[in-house]
Design a protein around this ligand. Structure first.
Ligand SMILES: [Zn+2]
Length: 316
């Protein structure tokens, strides 16, 4: 599709955050001087996902400082974000390659040289010291917000402590490469480091900016950076829906350029019976493989060879 989306959100001017004093551009760390966890919120891992920048801009204005441990706010793919143009908003996801698919030692330490690898190598020593990470993203689909975690239960437990958004989606991405939340220190069951990737909603919908702020404030409360009393007046939704955990089992990749969903699914729809036809791909029917199957992040713009959705089993 060549549809031009409505861009309701305005990207904040992040130029004022370039010098954080820590030697890495667009990274700000505050050290309490006392022992404790290193809590980090990152935004713009994809350069055009501006809701995260809006959330960080909001948090910067609050002058939050940790009472123990360290707190870091970072804008990640700033070179891609510098290309952001509301008239062509899809074009600035990355410069050379997806920053969120290169978190493997073989790539990070290998011979390749891209804009994104350079930034990843610059940020890697920082990520190595982080205990609790929230990486803020948004989606092509007009889906309800959801939090993605790798399959380890420690991440599900953190998502439950944050208590928002309502959908917690675990498991692999079914695309090549590793996401930041799958980077080795976070993917290690023998430590207690956690990493959450929140998908706040459609990339440029006004509601995604609200969801980004809500998740960030609740994450800072869950990690102890903010007290419950300090967080309460910052919340948009004082009471929340119960969370639902969805375990991803399958990835769906388009084989043709005529992949079409059977309806304008938004995401998180649950199909009660196996065999439900959810899409056609060049005439081939795509069906749900089991009962109570949830459709995650349907991409109505996908072309041949691109992942169009994931399928997940609803946890009892
Ligand atoms: Zn993203």
């Amino acid at each position: 599709m060549t549809d031009t989306p409505v861009v309701e959100l305005a990207a904040p001017d992040i130029a004022k955050y370039r010098d954080g004093g820590a030697g890495i551009p667009f990274v700000h760390t505050w050290d309490s001087g006392k022992p404790g966890r290193h809590v980090m919120i990152s935004a713009l891992t994809h350069g055009n996902e501006i809701c995260g920048a809006i959330a960080l801009d909001f948090l910067f204005c609050l002058n939050i400082r940790p009472s123990t441990g360290k707190l870091t706010f970072a804008f990640v793919n700033i070179d891609a974000h510098a290309l952001f143009d509301p008239k062509s908003p899809y074009a600035s996801r990355f410069v050379n390659e997806d920053f969120n698919r290169l978190w493997e030692e073989a790539r990070l330490e290998g011979p390749d040289d891209t804009v994104e690898l350079r930034r990843a190598r610059e940020l890697r020593p920082l990520f190595d010291t982080v205990d609790d990470l929230l990486d803020i993203h948004s989606m092509t689909s007009n889906s309800p917000p959801l939090v993605l975690v790798n399959a380890l239960e420690k991440h599900v437990a953190m998502a439950r402590r944050v208590a928002y958004p309502a959908y917690v989606v675990t498991g692999p991405v079914f695309a090549p490469g590793k996401r930041l939340i799958e980077y080795t220190p976070f993917d290690d069951p023998t430590n207690d480091k956690t990493a959450l990737l929140v998908e706040c909603g459609q990339h440029w919908a006004a509601a995604s900016g609200v969801a980004a702020k809500e998740t960030a404030v609740r994450f800072l409360a869950a990690t102890g950076v903010l007290t419950a009393e300090a967080a309460a007046p910052l919340l948009a939704w004082p009471s929340l829906a119960p969370q639902q955990v969805l375990d991803v089992t399958d990835g769906v990749t388009a084989e043709t350029d005529t992949f079409r969903f059977t309806q304008a699914y938004r995401g998180c729809e649950v199909f009660p019976k196996a065999g439900a036809v959810i899409a056609t791909d060049g005439g081939r029917e795509i069906t749900t493989p089991y009962d109570d199957c949830a459709l995650i992040m349907p991409n109505h713009r996908a072309r041949a060879g691109q992942r169009v959705a994931r399928l997940a089993r609803r946890r009892a």
